[in-house]
Design a protein around this ligand. Structure first.
Ligand code: PRX
Length: 632
């Protein structure tokens, strides 16, 4: 682990000068059944990236079995339920091993084999993590779908990667809500005929429909399964998981991560960014508040903390239930030392006032983290002062579903921090700023589009079932470079600040949502002729969703229509994609070739109406006046 700024600089240099030797040494710290024959094989044209070629191992042996000698009775997870002070569970590394093996054996009894895809649509309970690891144990590929997605979004993801098995629960608690998620699965499966078995963990007690041919109750089979399961021997480049994420066009794509590089990089980034004491029986306790339905949960709830052998918290609930002091209460309750959350949560809690913070000591905290979206300076200062009591470094971690692990971030207490700056790249990461034409922008105090010019172990390998799409989305814009889709500033000291997406992807409450996806959901409403969706600045969510919608002039009641449009979006994607503002318009600003000028719509939604730029190339410039007049 890097412990001084000097050491960081040395390691960084080493990682750039001789990446293979650098990663060889780090990968050597894991347990392998067979050592790799070649560290890296790559080109960004196809693209083709392979790390630790021919290496054989299983990630769960490294995340679980490796720790059983010394840490069998150490806590792997503390589970804090949605409800307060009831049902909390402590899972030791030994318990984790046994539970993961039981689920793995159950999956095997269903006929699941190496390479088969398994969909996990579950809330934040330990069984969800067991399920992911059980897949990894037997070489099955997990595809976790956030349990807030609608049945139609779930069905699309199940179909895209052809899952044979779905794991779910009867229901999910979220604050005061009890959501019947098995019913969502039932609806999704009406169009997913390839699914053979559904394993249902009874969690909330909500009555569920049982299809006798297909559905099996977890509690009736898993506890009877054997608590040992020989790990499948996996190749470094075998697929570990698929995770769907939104892009600027079309449907969400299945980002594919493979076993070896993902293991090495998530663990390395975790250890260095968070600087936890990983000694046996250390009192350090990590808490990442993300949902495992997103990459943050995959990397920094399920995999990295276990690979590093630490203890962490899994939280089922929401930050505002039963009140806005929940996070701080849980930190005191378990003495959390390392806390990792999203700016949107910080802003939402800040808005509730300090009365929810002051009852708690928060004196166990050592390090604070931020992820998912740019953290504005005000939220950074609030977090620093009121939660970190000005003694906890804040690591603002920039990364993406596609990068697998944290790419640009301070190393807690080791490298400098700067409010609203992710600061410096981790060793092994070679960021580059380019202009619109792809020319490198050199020097400091500059701004451009953020690319990465050299592979790192946990990078995306392909988009499931469509390699051409992977190439087109990430490697074609600037040939020879991985393009992140983010804009970025490099300050006078070389610190990086991510300024937000430069493509048609929005970041709403830290959730990545494509404008095209929302438009297509809105357009599914029978009265909608056409729509255009853009993001706009939102105090709490970071970005809100602004939809411009054309309906026939005969449509009478716009209020009812707007409600119906929101219902349509809920149905097709889920509540996270619900438009915050819907403006009914009679036309959209289009170029003569029919392309919607989103730049103009974005400016209007932002309220920057005096600065719309050149609109003379529009097919009908008068629509702009009308839209400006009707702005919400
Ligand atoms: O725009 C960046 C933003 O989130 C995007 C990636 O979203 P997703 O794949 O869902 O992964 C989120 C969790 C890793 C990025 O392209 N983003 C993520 N972290 C930051 C950020 N923007 C600014 N600062 C960050 N720390």
């Amino acid at each position: 682990m890097i412990t001084t700024f000097e050491e960081y600089k040395k390691e960084y240099q080493k990682s750039i000068e001789n990446p293979e030797a650098f990663w060889d040494e780090i990968a050597g710290q894991f347990s392998w059944k067979q050592k790799w024959t070649k560290t890296l094989d790559w080109n960004f044209d196809e693209p083709n990236v392979k790390w630790f070629v021919d290496g054989k191992f299983n990630i769960t042996e490294n995340a679980i079995d490796r720790h059983l000698l010394g840490r069998a009775n150490q806590t792997a997870f503390i589970w804090e339920s949605n409800a307060i002070d009831v049902d909390n569970r402590v899972i030791t590394y030994q318990n984790l091993h046994d539970e993961v093996c039981r689920v793995a054996n159950t999956l095997k009894s269903f006929g699941v084999k190496k390479g088969d895809r398994v969909c996990i649509y579950m809330p934040m309970i330990p069984e969800t993590v067991f399920s992911m690891l059980a897949c990894a144990r037997i070489g099955a590929v997990h595809s976790v779908v956030f349990a807030g997605f609608s049945s139609s979004a779930l069905a699309g993801r199940i179909q895209d990667c052809d899952c044979k098995i779905v794991l779910t629960t009867d229901g999910a608690y979220r604050g005061v809500k009890d959501i019947p998620i098995k019913a969502v699965v039932d609806e999704a499966l009406e169009t997913c005929l390839g699914v053979e078995k559904v394993l249902v963990y009874k969690h909330t007690g909500t009555p569920v429909f049982i299809n006798k041919e297909r559905d099996i109750i977890w509690q009736e089979v898993v506890p009877n399964a054997l608590s040992t399961c020989t790990p499948e021997v996996m190749d470094s480049e075998d697929v570990l998981f698929i995770l769907y994420t939104s892009g600027s066009t079309g449907k969400p794509k299945g980002v594919v991560h493979t076993c070896g590089g993902y293991m090495v990089y998530t663990c390395y980034s975790f250890q260095n960014v968070f600087q936890m004491n990983t000694e046996q029986n250390s009192n350090d306790l990590f808490w990442c508040t993300a949902d495992v339905g997103w990459i943050t949960g995959h990397s920094y709830i399920t995999y990295a903390p276990l690979l590093a052998g630490v203890s962490s918290v899994i939280f089922e609930g929401v930050p505002t239930f039963p009140d806005a002091g929940r996070f701080w209460k849980v930190i005191d309750k378990y003495k959390v030392t390392h806390f990792y959350t999203a700016p949107t949560a910080i802003r939402a809690l800040e808005a509730q006032g300090l009365d929810f913070v002051t009852p708690y000591k928060l004196d166990s905290l050592k390090v604070l983290g931020s992820v998912g979206e740019p953290i504005n300076e005000e939220a950074w200062q609030w977090y620093h002062k009121n939660i970190g009591k000005e003694k906890c470094p804040i690591v603002d971690t920039w990364w993406q579903t596609e990068t697998g692990g944290i790419m640009i971030s301070a190393l807690a207490g080791v490298t400098p921090t700067k409010p609203s700056y992710a600061t410096m790249p981790l060793p092994g990461i070679q960021p580059m700023l380019v202009d619109e034409k792809g020319n490198e922008i050199i020097g400091n105090d500059v701004e451009g589009n953020l690319c990465i010019k050299f592979p790192w172990p946990s990078m995306i390998r392909t988009t499931y079932g469509d390699h051409a799409r992977c190439k087109q989305a990430y490697f074609e814009t600037y040939p020879g470079l991985y393009f992140t889709g983010d804009g970025c500033r490099r300050d006078e000291n070389g610190f990086y600040r991510i300024t937000g997406r430069v493509d048609d992807v929005m970041n709403v409450s830290g959730h990545r949502i494509g404008t095209a996806e929302v438009e297509s959901a809105i357009n599914a409403h029978i009265d909608v002729v056409e729509s255009a969706v853009v993001g706009y600045p939102h105090d709490i969510k970071g970005q809100g969703i602004y939809a411009y919608v054309i309906v026939p002039s005969t449509t009478k009641n716009h209020d009812i229509l707007k409600k119906e449009i929101i219902a349509e979006v809920n149905k097709i994607i889920g509540p996270i994609a619900k438009p915050d503002k819907i403006q009914i318009v009679s036309g959209l600003p289009k170029t003569r070739s029919g392309k919607i000028m989103r730049r103009i719509l974005r400016k209007i939604a932002e309220g920057d109406v005096n600065n719309l730029g050149d609109i003379s190339t529009l097919l009908d410039p008068t629509v702009v006046d009308e839209i400006v007049k009707g702005k919400l």
